[in-house]
Ligand binder design. Structure first.
Ligand SMILES: Cc1cc2nc3c(=O)[nH]c(=O)nc-3n(C[C@H](O)[C@H](O)[C@H](O)COP(=O)(O)OP(=O)(O)OC[C@H]3O[C@@H](n4cnc5c(N)ncnc54)[C@H](O)[C@@H]3O)c2cc1C
Length: 491
């Protein structure tokens, strides 16, 4: 007989992923599962990522919100949904080419969402400990059996559970020090993490300039000089309100600084990007209200494929702790929504069946990979490649090699085919020959993408086939790591 535990499930970290997982378990178990969420924040500040606030670009797709509503009956609205958008414009470094990725979306108020999510989870009987930092995973007979940690008043806590979910975000120490044998990868390569930061500003209207601000569209600027190895963004939160920031790869920034004899860091780059935005007159951080304590912040985002295995005996990872954000744009909200919803469904079944072993939780790996995660490895490769190209190549590629089909593919979360970078007509030959390495690089990512998606769609149905599958995936990926060694790309 299984030992009596304090809870069926303990969720460490009550952010975007943890709170959705709690609601999903509640919904799928019809409130029968005994769930405890432990979050280090005070009760009136749930989901806060760091002392700098709920740092995020705040943008997510309507599609993922619809998925949440369809699957667990939770539909967000104002005030946590702050502003609607109709799509994203991506600008080339010379600003001469802009590409529209259509699709409805929203800008969240990230500070207000967790309050709503806590209320949603409580409806299913979820219990909460606020001001509690989970420090360690407990283990017994090769299973995770609970957590221990410290409350803000210094007292210690220790609770047991059949399943522990690590939803502590990108700086997770629980996954890193997992004390049992498992298939979960524990460490992330520093080159697979981007440093990101942003301001939330209100501003006085000035001359409209759609290249710098639109109340209806998110804007992304590609520029290896201002955001080496990443991109910068200007997302509308109203007609005179914006979320503006950027993300960089640390090693790309170091190379760019060396190349130009500069000493920029993430914050100086953000400030330069803001200063060059002529559409925002007198930008200022809003005081008080729903933005107080959340107007300036930096944090890190993983940009590799999600963890090849996300479960172990009595344990699962989700959200940034599972490296779920999409490698090419660091968007982690939708993956958290999909991942946490699926995990909640699988966890509820596992608890009911009395089997929270690696095998009992395996369906989470399979369903996430088959429905959402299968393209992430190919996006990891595309990201690696894009980090090696120069501004000049981006200008050229966006103008000549990106087709409407490619744009539609990216919008549909698929890898683009870059068919224009094939020898289609004499005019295109000239273009391709003048940018041969770019055309070859793009075609290579397409070929690799097809192979990686095919491998991912064959994700093993049970733990038994995992090692062989991982070897195959690792072999394909290793070649791309060798091929796309980062160069000095900042021109
Ligand atoms: C600057 C920036 C811009 C971004 N822009 C976007 C965007 O526009 N769109 C998008 O989709 N994604 C964006 N992302 C990514 C997105 O914010 C994350 O993917 C998402 O928040 C992940 O949710 P999570 O629940 O996994 O982690 P988090 O939101 O980080 O939540 C983790 C929670 O766990 C708590 N916690 C941590 N450690 C412990 C512990 N030991 N014990 C107890 N509690 C703990 C934290 O305090 C927090 O409440 C951005 C990220 C950054 C940094």
């Amino acid at each position: 007989m299984a030992p009596e535990r304090d809870y069926d499930v303990i969720i460490a970290g009550g952010g975007m992923a943890g709170l959705i997982a709690a609601a999903s378990i509640g919904f799928n178990s019809k409130g029968k599962a005994r769930v405890l969420v432990i979050d280090r924040n005070k009760e009136d500040e749930p989901g806060k990522k760091t002392h700098n606030g709920w740092t995020c670009g705040d943008a997510t797709s309507k599609r993922s919100l619809d998925y949440l509503a369809d699957n667990i009956g939770v539909r967000y609205g104002p005030p946590e949904l702050e502003h609607p958008v109709s799509g994203v414009y991506v600008y080339s470094p010379d600003r001469k080419t802009k590409v529209l990725f259509e699709g409805e979306g929203y800008l969240f108020n990230r500070k207000l969402v967790p309050t709503r999510q806590v209320a949603d989870a409580r409806k299913f009987g979820t219990e909460f400990i606020f001001g509690g930092t989970v420090e360690k995973l407990l283990s017994e007979d090769g299973f995770i059996s609970g957590v221990s940690g410290r409350r803000s008043d210094g007292t210690q806590f220790r609770f047991t559970a059949t399943l522990v979910i690590d939803a502590t975000g990108s700086s997770s120490v629980l996954r890193k020090f997992l004390p049992i044998q498992s298939k979960i990868e524990k460490e992330i390569d520093p080159d697979d993490v981007v440093g990101t930061g942003r301001y939330i500003f209100e501003f006085d209207p000035s001359e409209p300039d759609p290249a710098f601000f639109s109340p209806d569209y998110c804007i992304i600027h590609l520029d290896q000089f201002i955001a080496p190895g990443g991109y910068s963004w200007t997302f509308p939160k109203g007609r005179n309100k914006v979320n503006i920031g950027l993300g960089v790869s640390k090693s790309a920034l170091d190379r760019r600084n060396r190349m130009y004899g500069l000493n920029d860091n993430l914050q100086t780059l953000i400030d330069k990007y803001v200063a060059e935005n002529t559409a925002l007159r007198s930008p200022r951080q809003p005081e008080g209200g729903a933005d107080s304590g959340n107007t300036k912040g930096n944090w890190q985002v993983p940009v590799r494929r999600h963890n090849d295995c996300m479960v172990a005996n009595g344990f699962a990872v989700v959200g940034d702790s599972a490296w779920m954000p999409r490698p090419i744009d660091a968007g982690g909200i939708s993956p958290s929504i999909y991942g946490a919803t699926i995990l909640g469904r699988v966890a509820a079944k596992a608890i009911e069946a009395g089997d929270a072993s690696e095998g009992g939780l395996w369906a989470y790996n399979v369903e996430y990979m088959r429905t959402h995660g299968y393209a992430m490895a190919s996006f990891e490769v595309l990201r690696r490649y894009l980090q090696t190209v120069t501004n000049e190549q981006i200008n050229y590629g966006m103008k000549h090699f990106l087709s409407e089909e490619d744009v539609n593919a990216i919008t549909d979360r698929k890898h683009p085919e870059f068919n224009q970078a094939r020898f289609m007509n004499p005019a295109m030959w000239v273009r391709i020959l003048s940018q041969l390495s770019l055309a070859r690089g793009l075609r290579y990512t397409v070929k690799k993408s097809a192979a990686l998606v095919e491998i991912n769609l064959r994700y093993p149905e049970s733990p038994a086939g995992f090692e062989g599958w991982r070897k195959e995936l690792g072999g394909e990926l290793q070649e791309t790591v060798e091929r796309f060694k980062p160069l000095d790309v900042a021109n």
